[in-house]
Design a protein around this ligand. Structure first.
Ligand code: CTP
Length: 407
């Protein structure tokens, strides 16, 4: 199969420099990318940069290579068009069907999924004109990612920042993998926990684990790309926030439990992808524990944490809520790893359990994973080793199947 053909439209905003990083993510993962900057985008990042990074010629106007009819050809052959940054001006032109340069012509001829990643000052984003244009584009089935909140040009801070290039890439990757921009999770509120909890021993030390949070973040990003309202409860992660996702940051198991349960009160689906500490010190010292001179060490008494997944599975916070858990299992002489997974699904009363087989070579922070998704209905779907985003899409497919049976 030829690599997916991506058109990267670049608007005239300072965030154009971040689109270089997005372009690299596409090309390094085997996508063929045609960059179509606007004339003002070229004032921020010049043509040679786009051309060198994409390995393709770059055009801005419809008057170049006219015999190839680029204003029709580029849009028609694309598998995905992503505009990053999408300025207020570009959103307005797209909403009104204006076609004055190559990018706006391409937007009118594209029949594939189209994604806009806006970046602008908060006032421009919140202006009713922009909001109405965004609503028009979304009504037509185009994806407009919510801008991130953070530092803007100059000293300003607020909503309007371009989402992290990795988050835009993940959003696009999910659309391309499904071959459709159909928001099949629209109308669902999903809660995903990610990362690993930390239990304080004293103000500077903790008991923790090596979870990177990548699987949970991939679940949140793909759910948002598929139209869900997403709350991501992130414990001690250092990953860029996924585009269009509400992120609640926590540290301890107690905080994670409170945040997940509060969000779950209004949610249709809860996915517990976080690595939750099973134990915590019975008491955290108020001040730093000092070494003694006689080389003795303190005894730290541990108590067990509540099992958040089991609570969610056995007493559903909302009727009809779908609950998904994860399990990393090894086999032993009594049971295979999959049999352990099946027993755990029943023990926790969940709808789906994603079981990873782990061995002695357990690696943390990997970008890929293999698993079997098992269901309370006895279904078992093996997912071969692949990107965590792909596993995330398969989990959401399974969630939709579970829900179609219960609706
Ligand atoms: N989990 C949870 N609350 C805990 C511990 C784990 O909600 N206190 C969730 C995790 O988010 C994950 C699943 O439970 O979805 C993992 O199952 P679990 O049996 O707790 O995993 P292990 O600790 O690996 O199990 P075991 O006791 O078999 O070693």
């Amino acid at each position: 199969m030829p690599p997916p053909d991506v058109v990267l439209g670049v608007g005239g905003g300072i965030a154009a420099y971040k689109a270089c990083e997005l372009l690299r993510l596409f090309t390094e993962s085997g996508h063929a990318v045609t960059v179509v900057p606007t004339a003002s985008a070229l004032r921020f990042v010049g043509e040679p940069t786009w051309s060198a990074l994409s390995g393709r010629p770059v055009a801005t106007e419809v008057w170049e290579h006219v015999h190839e009819v680029p204003h029709v050809r580029i849009g028609r052959h694309a598998d995905l068009v992503v505009v990053a940054p999408a300025t207020a001006d570009l959103l307005a032109k797209a909403a009104h069907g204006l076609a004055e340069d190559l990018l706006t012509n391409t937007l009118l001829t594209a029949t594939c999924p189209v994604v806009f990643a806006p970046a602008m000052h908060t006032e421009m984003w919140e202006h009713p004109a922009t909001q109405e244009n965004v609503a028009t584009l979304r009504r037509r089935g185009l994806s407009v990612i919510e801008p991130a909140v953070g530092r803007l040009t100059g000293a300003d801070t607020g909503k309007g920042r371009l989402p992290d290039p990795a988050a835009i890439f993940e959003y696009c990757r999910s659309l391309l993998a499904r071959g459709s921009a159909a928001p099949d999770l629209a109308g669902l509120h999903v809660v995903v926990s990610a990362g690993g909890t930390r239990e304080p021993i004293d103000p500077v030390r903790f008991i923790g684990n090596r979870s990177s949070g990548k699987q949970g973040f991939a679940l949140a990003a793909t759910a948002a790309a598929r139209g869900a309202r997403v709350t991501l409860v992130a414990a001690n992660t250092a990953l860029p926030e996924p585009a269009g996702v509400e992120v609640v940051k926590v540290s301890t198991t107690a905080q994670l439990r409170d945040a997940v349960r509060a969000a779950a009160a209004h949610a249709d689906v809860v996915v517990m992808a976080a690595a939750v500490a099973d134990f915590r010190p019975a008491e955290a010292a108020a001040s730093k524990i000092k070494k003694s001179d006689d080389s003795s060490a303190p005894d730290i008494r541990l108590v067990q944490n509540p099992h958040i997944l089991r609570e969610l599975g056995h007493s559903r916070i909302r009727p009809g809520q779908t609950v998904v858990g994860f399990a990393a299992e090894t086999g032993d002489p009594g049971r295979t790893w999959l049999e352990h997974g099946r027993a755990k699904l029943a023990k926790y009363g969940v709808d789906l359990l994603v079981v990873n087989q782990v061995g002695t070579d357990l690696t943390f922070g990997a970008d890929h994973s293999a698993a079997v998704v098992i269901g309370a209905d006895g279904s078992e779907e093996p997912v071969p080793d692949g990107p965590k985003g792909r596993l995330a899409d398969i989990i959401w497919d399974r969630v939709l199947k579970v829900r179609s049976r219960t609706d």
